[in-house]
Design a protein around this ligand. Sequence first.
Ligand code: NAD
Length: 252
Amino acid sequence: MKLANNHIFVTGGSKGIGKAIVRDCAEAGAKVSFVDIDVPAGEAFAKEMRDAGFPVAFAEADVTDFQALERAYKSLVAQFGEVTGVVNNAGVNSYADPVTMTDEEWDAFFAVDMKAIWLTAKLALPAMRIAKKGAIVIIGSIHGRLTFPNFFPYGAAKSAVLGLMKSLGVDEGKHNIRTNTVAPGYVLTPLTQGWLDAEVGRTERSLSIQPMGRMGEPHEIAKVVSFLLSDDASFVNASDWAVDGGLSARSA
Ligand SMILES: NC(=O)c1ccc[n+]([C@@H]2O[C@H](COP(=O)([O-])OP(=O)(O)OC[C@H]3O[C@@H](n4cnc5c(N)ncnc54)[C@H](O)[C@@H]3O)[C@@H](O)[C@H]2O)c1
């Protein structure tokens, strides 16, 4: 029960990696709240968890809309008390062409994968500073360090996230607030499945480059996230944790 007496707030918890994080944090003893734009999936999952005896709450919010996010955040704090740990997980892929991508598309993409992380920090840091304790975990990506063709500008956002994590870690460390990123490789989620299905042979090619001969499962990311949120990681700050089965060590 390494997260007992914690309130962990997760973005994008209705599906995929975020859903596994909600489950793992609840099983580790935390009260867990999450926001998502997928309301039916979020409500159904929160109910499933509550029926199983876990204190889990869901609220609808688009992480790019600060007012909606703040409203949802406050309602979840009213339910479970101040947030002790934040997991910035909500994210989307981008397969844009640098010439045809529009201003609006660029801004909309960076609003989810980059700016929303700052917005949640803006909401969570005041109480964490008063408590002199807190943990922020950001789901980055292997694309923060290396990328592959036709994924523009996903690598730019995930690299920027590393800089944001380092700034928060360095500046907030004096308040005993730790910030770290987790960088998954290929993890089997609805997002990845859609990408794999988009081209014949992509699944086989993707598997052929995996040092461990397989892709990751969402719960394998969640276990590292819950460790970083816990006191077991009390001196881990401003660092990036690869959870990619060794893929980022493999040369083409
Ligand atoms: N799956 C992978 O292989 C992989 C690899 C590296 C990094 N990641 C990162 O992990 C995170 C989760 O990815 P996933 O594969 O679980 O994706 P997913 O699409 O399966 O789940 C993402 C969740 O976020 C929600 N979401 C999307 N936009 C939102 C918004 N504006 N506001 C609120 N919620 C929103 C979605 O509704 C969904 O429930 C993302 O940040 C992604 O970039 C995933």
